[in-house]
Design a protein around this ligand. Structure first.
Ligand code: HEM
Length: 303
């Protein structure tokens, strides 16, 4: 049976990593509650909460995808312990998002259903939520055992498609400035790119060169994608918008943040690799355990 003591690891020990993950998952809800109690949530409080929960559902979905690259680049195997937790957090915020939408529609379930069917962005959001729900239901030890590791991993690759749907939903409901959805789309490109390169590499770790290249390609694709998108939407030549992305006076475009995030992971990989090598150099050849006594010292060869 899955233990409800979520702050304990598999061996039943208190895990600070798990406690930090739980705090991170609870933080957006606490922040919303604090804002509601102090300054209030604005003229449309339910809508404000719909936006907050949708945003966090997407953030946690992307964060769950970021665990594998961060674990490898940061040489931090234990990070895998909180991946499922963060994925289930994405589901919890997604479910709250839908529930708040139902409340905002005065609990009129017939209206909610007809809106979901007739508005494409809601249909896409709903399909994404169904997928995230299926992943959350299968995210326990019993289901992993029942499905088998390979089938479980194959099923959970659906997360990539759900990420695409959630991003499309985000873009569609954004009325004016699409910078934030573009930033998330760029980060998603990096996350998918990481997996593609890892697969081409026989699921091996990505070296510093490959990580740096991935950062540059993802950043460039984000800049170009944004220029094409804005160009098509406003009838402006995309090259003109792309050129503007290199003018710091006009603000920093999402592509640069994607590049910076990718390079930060590259730097993490360099630093952690260096630390691991230094530790290995310092560790005695016998692994730091009690030095095996030489037969000479034991006195066996002594008269
Ligand atoms: C896992 C599934 C989902 C994710 C990740 C998601 C994500 C998002 C995001 C990121 C936003 C924008 C937040 C912001 O502007 O800061 C949003 C807005 C919204 N979503 Fe979702 N969503 C999901 C499912 C749904 C579902 C099932 C519904 C309802 C049927 C829904 C209804 C809405 C509505 C009404 C808005 C606000 C639109 C507006 O005010 O114009 N979403 N969602």
């Amino acid at each position: 049976m899955t233990s409800l003591a979520l702050w304990r690891d598999r061996r039943g020990r208190t895990s600070w990593l798990r406690i930090a993950a739980l705090a991170l998952l609870a933080w957006p809800a606490a922040l919303a509650a604090g804002t509601a109690a102090s300054v209030g949530l604005g003229p449309r409080p339910w809508n404000d909460l719909i936006h907050r929960t949708g945003w966090w559902a997407l953030v946690f979905l992307l964060l769950s995808l970021a665990i594998t690259p961060l674990r490898r680049a940061g040489h931090w195997a234990k990070l895998i312990d909180v991946r499922r937790m963060i994925g289930v957090g994405a589901f919890a915020y997604g479910a709250a998002h839908l529930a708040l939408y139902v409340v905002d529609e005065k609990l009129d379930l017939v209206k909610v259903a007809s809106e979901i069917v007739s508005r494409l962005y809601l249909t896409i959001g709903f399909v994404a939520l169904l997928g995230v729900t299926a992943l959350a239901i299968t995210s326990n030890d019993a289901m992993v055992k029942r499905l088998g590791g390979l089938r479980w991993r194959q099923l959970h690759q659906v997360t990539y498609a759900l990420g695409v749907l959630a991003l499309v939903h985000f873009f569609q409901q954004t009325k004016a400035d699409v910078s934030v959805p573009t930033l998330y789309a760029g980060l998603f490109v990096w996350l998918i790119g990481y997996r593609i390169v890892a697969r081409l590499n026989g699921e091996g770790e990505l070296g510093t060169g490959a990580l740096a290249l991935l950062a540059i390609v993802s950043g460039a694709l984000t800049l170009v994608g944004e220029a094409i998108g804005i160009g098509l939407a406003f009838g402006v030549p995309p090259l003109m918008i792309l050129a503007a992305a290199f003018d710091p006076d006009l603000g920093i475009r999402p592509g640069w943040y994607v590049l910076a995030a990718g390079l930060a992971v590259t730097l993490l990989n360099v630093v952690r690799g260096w630390m691991t090598r230094r530790r290995a150099d310092r560790t005695p050849a016998w692994g730091g355990a009690a030095r095996p006594m030489s037969p000479l010292a034991k006195g066996t060869l002594l008269p």
